[in-house]
Design a protein around this ligand. Structure first.
Ligand SMILES: Nc1ncnc2c1ncn2[C@@H]1O[C@H](COP(=O)(O)OP(=O)(O)OP(=O)(O)O)[C@@H](O)[C@H]1O
Ligand SMILES: [Mg+2]
Length: 386
């Protein structure tokens, strides 16, 4: 595809002349004859390069340049300032305003072509690949104690084993058991962040409040100090934490805790995928049916909600799988075996089971669940399924 160049000049003859020269070199050309029009076209036409005249009646080229640089949508577009002025001061002013190169009028066609080519190749080789939209995965327990945190932690750890840049975040203020399981029982990073006004919640702040586990897994934690659960924070703050964290890792797993609250109901809407953790018994099943209905109202039928059954209690009496599937109207994404001993050991060593006990059945089940979630993200992003 030909590179698109936006030429900005109030002099129509000059516009035509430069336009023709560039077209002859195979570029696609768009024109603007005033500063304001240039700003509009820079956003609507997404040019690869802008050639900008300095002296224009409505707004000079320096100002246009500054405004292009101040706008995140146009910040990265290379700019060549084009003017009759030849004074060094003007060149300096152009560079200070953010121009990449400078050309004086009248310009030889060959010089114009070579400058354009240079600036374009410089910026294309520097161009970073589009960041792939990182995934936010939420884990909700149908009720307390069903194993949601264990799933959140180990799914995140499984991602970090696959050298994803994984983050686990704990929204259970005052009942944060993730910190205990990772060996950071005193970490109150999440509460510290949520105490700030939403406008101050940025990556740099989160970076400072996160801890890094020896496995490389990063975590934004809540403590188990009951006092922490009294913290009042605006929903906007929680939502900003989710939005910011997802720019900081490729896979971020959120422990949203049991059931729905005002906070989790807001946050669940921002998750690409949701793991709903249930137990195979009639009470859990009835609650799951209801919760599922609530969750389904966001993006109905999108396939983003997955049922994970955790068999915490080894028992011969449990609701059979096909009944669970039938009652919930969907297939089970994962069935996690009972693993008291392994999970006890893992918690004591403060290393997630998928890492400390890779051969345990429970570990391979959770690793497979993580792979499944990750494959679904790739399919959603348009990559062929592995
Ligand atoms: N597959 C399993 N087999 C046996 N025990 C398990 C299993 N999964 C979790 N547990 C145990 O059950 C207890 C509760 O697990 P976990 O903390 O993950 O649940 P939760 O849903 O996050 O609880 P809460 O509602 O308190 O946040 C823990 O002691 C954990 O080790
Ligand atoms: Mg928990």
């Amino acid at each position: 595809m030909a590179d698109k160049i936006l030429i900005v000049d109030d002099d129509l003859d000059s516009l035509k002349l430069i336009g023709l020269m560039l077209q002859r070199h195979g570029y696609e050309v768009v024109a603007a004859n005033a500063g304001t029009q240039a700003l509009a076209k820079a956003t609507s036409e997404h040019p690869n390069l802008i050639i900008l005249d300095v002296m224009m009646p409505d707004m000079d080229g320096y100002e246009v340049c500054r405004r292009l640089r101040a706008n995140p949508d146009t910040r990265g577009i290379p700019i060549i300032m084009f003017t009759a002025k030849t004074l060094v001061d003007d060149k300096v002013a152009g560079f200070e305003a953010g121009a990449d190169d400078y050309l004086t009028k009248p310009t030889h066609p060959a010089e114009l072509a070579s400058r354009v080519k240079n600036v374009l190749s410089r910026t294309t080789t520097q161009k970073k690949p589009e960041p792939t939209r990182a995934a936010a995965i939420g884990v909700i327990g149908v009720k307390g104690g069903v194993g949601a945190t264990t799933i959140a932690l180990n799914v995140a750890a499984a991602f970090s084993l696959k050298s994803e840049s994984a983050i686990v975040a704990d929204f259970r203020l005052g009942s944060g058991s993730l910190g205990l399981q990772l060996g950071f029982p005193q970490s109150t990073g999440m509460a510290n962040v949520l105490s700030k006004p939403p406008t101050e919640i940025r990556a740099s702040l989160l970076e400072g409040e996160m801890v890094t586990h020896q496995s490389g897994l990063r975590a934004l934690l809540s403590s188990a100090h009951s006092k922490e659960s009294l913290l009042n924070y605006p929903l906007e703050a929680a939502s900003t934490v989710v939005k910011t964290l997802r720019t900081m890792g490729t896979m971020t797993v959120f422990d949203l805790g049991p059931g729905l609250s005002t906070t989790t109901n807001r946050l669940q809407k921002e998750m690409d995928q949701l793991l709903l953790v249930i137990e195979p018994n009639p009470v859990s099943l009835a609650m799951a049916k209801d919760l599922l209905q609530e969750l389904e109202q966001t993006n109905p039928g999108s396939g983003r909600i997955h049922i994970v059954v955790v068999n915490r209690v080894q028992s011969s009496v449990q609701t059979p799988w096909h009944e669970v599937e039938q009652a919930l109207g969907r297939e089970l994404r994962a069935i996690i075996a009972s693993a008291h001993d392994q999970l006890f050991q893992a918690a004591r060593a403060a290393v997630p089971a998928v890492i400390s006990q890779p051969n345990a059945i429970v570990s391979s089940q959770i690793v497979k669940l993580a792979e499944d979630v990750s494959a679904r993200m790739k399919v959603a992003a348009g990559e062929p399924r592995p």
